[in-house]
Design a protein around this ligand. Structure first.
Ligand code: FAD
Length: 401
């Protein structure tokens, strides 16, 4: 019988899987079922250039329609998978029809986290996850309007940067003592607080929101006027389909090194997964383009019986104003943070996180050479000399001793 793969979720991971299956010589049928009405698209520009109106709509697509046509991929967009019938190897669609599979791939991604606040569901309160979210929000962007961003993570801060540049009065409220606390170390958080203040954004840390009322947000530090409110409280993995089907689920769908779930006929890739990372010896749920692409390639290799691609060091980026942050590796467990450049002045420096001299992670702010070099050094578990790292006279290519 012809092998038939059904992919649930038409996002970045799914698009990579389809491309990699073709490269790996898969000759069976591929059906892509996605609940959004679009071809797989890139989400990063949603809080950056697309939000700013600097990127055309069709540039969001990972691949053009002709790519799927050429491969013969069956596209079922605007269609939700409601249930998995593992017994009969079929998925049930929202219109009541059934779609059989020999291999199923869950690429369901994640969704914006809601917060249980009085008023959080009222008009004028926005989230940022989809094209539809941006279109709703952008229609309200007008110079002089006040915008309160609840949550100082990277999406909230990227949006704050775009809004500030467009002349809105922006306040960011972060409950934790520093912004971007989940992603970067304190030195980098402090830099971003300075950067936004320099650009006219009112950044408040250690402030909890109590309620969202018409035209204002009530917080522990008082009342902030708000024509618009954006909730940037992180993401939740879409695991319900997997859980209801009895698959192993933790803080994401549990997958092995080949992206197989606890059912050998079902794989999961991208934001919705939790996987052990061999390099860091930890279970991770990574919400990043790099992870979505890497797991798409890994699953395609496993499905087609090809050797697994070499494991890469996880990385991520964020664009705010004229500053590109590139983060590589995981800093958890570091015992030393070495700074190259001056985070208190200007907009270019890098922080190297070491454990007993071994490089674990780097946060590079407008420092592409340090970032590129570090990818390799982290993979090699390179030991570095903090004095040389600090010394800007030592060229980046000579940092390895
Ligand atoms: P997704 O892209 O979320 O796609 C999953 C799709 O599955 C969605 O369309 C979803 O609606 C659909 N789906 C879910 N359940 C079902 C169902 N039952 N039936 C049918 N369809 C279903 N990452 C970076 O590395 N750098 C960045 O700068 C960056 N910026 C970002 C900015 C924003 C605003 C956002 C939202 C994300 C950003 N990310 C960034 C994260 C990155 O976009 C995600 O990690 C990536 O999109 C994950 O891809 P995915 O395919 O796993 O999931």
């Amino acid at each position: 019988m012809l092998e038939s793969i059904v992919i649930v979720g038409a996002g970045q991971a799914a698009a990579q899987l389809i491309a990699s299956l073709a490269q790996d010589g898969f000759s069976g049928a591929v059906t892509l079922v996605g609940d959004e009405p679009y071809l797989p698209y890139q989400r990063p520009p949603l809080s950056k250039k697309f939000l700013a109106g600097e990127l055309a709509f069709d540039r969001l697509y990972v691949r053009p329609a002709a790519f799927y046509e050429k491969l013969g991929t069956r596209l079922m967009l605007g269609t939700t998978v409601a249930r998995i019938d593992r017994q009969d190897k079929a998925v049930l669609l929202s219109d009541g029809s059934r779609l059989p599979y020999s291999t199923l791939v869950l690429a369901t991604g994640s969704r914006a986290r809601t917060i249980p606040l009085p008023g959080a569901d009222r008009a004028g309160v926005f989230f940022l996850r989809t094209i539809a979210d941006v279109e709703a929000l952008r229609a309200k962007f007008e110079p002089g309007k006040s915008l309160v961003v609840v949550g100082g993570g990277y999406i909230g801060l990227e949006l704050a940067a775009v809004a500030a540049r467009q002349g809105l009065k922006v306040t960011v409220l972060e409950q934790a003592p520093r912004v971007m606390g989940r992603g970067v170390g304190p030195i980098v958080s402090r830099f971003y607080e300075r950067l936004h203040r320099e650009e006219g954004v009112d950044i408040r840390t250690g402030v909890a929101v109590r309620a969202i009322e018409p035209g204002r947000v009530v917080c522990t530090d008082g009342i902030h006027l708000a024509d618009l409110v954006l909730i940037g409280a992180g993401a939740m993995p879409n695991v319900e389909l997997a859980r209801d089907a009895g698959l192993a689920v933790e803080d994401g769908i549990t997958v092995d090194a080949q992206c197989r779930t606890s059912d050998p006929a079902i794989y999961a890739i991208g934001d919705c997964t939790v996987q052990h990372h061999a390099l860091f010896d930890r279970r991770l749920r990574l919400e990043s383009v790099h992870n979505a692409l890497e797991q798409g390639r890994i699953a395609a290799a496993a499905i087609t019986g090809k050797p697994a691609p070499a494991l890469q060091v996880p990385w991520f980026w964020s664009d705010q104003y004229d500053v590109k942050l590139q983060m590589v590796g995981l800093s958890a467990g570091h015992d030393e943070a070495v700074v190259r450049g001056n985070p208190d002045e200007g907009r270019s420096f890098a922080v190297f996180y070491l454990r007993q001299g071994t490089l674990l992670a780097v946060d590079a702010v407008n420092r592409a050479p340090e970032f590129m070099m570090s990818k390799q050094l982290i993979a090699e578990r390179a030991r570095l000399d903090p004095a040389r790292l600090r010394d800007e006279r030592v060229a980046v290519k000579d940092l390895k001793v």
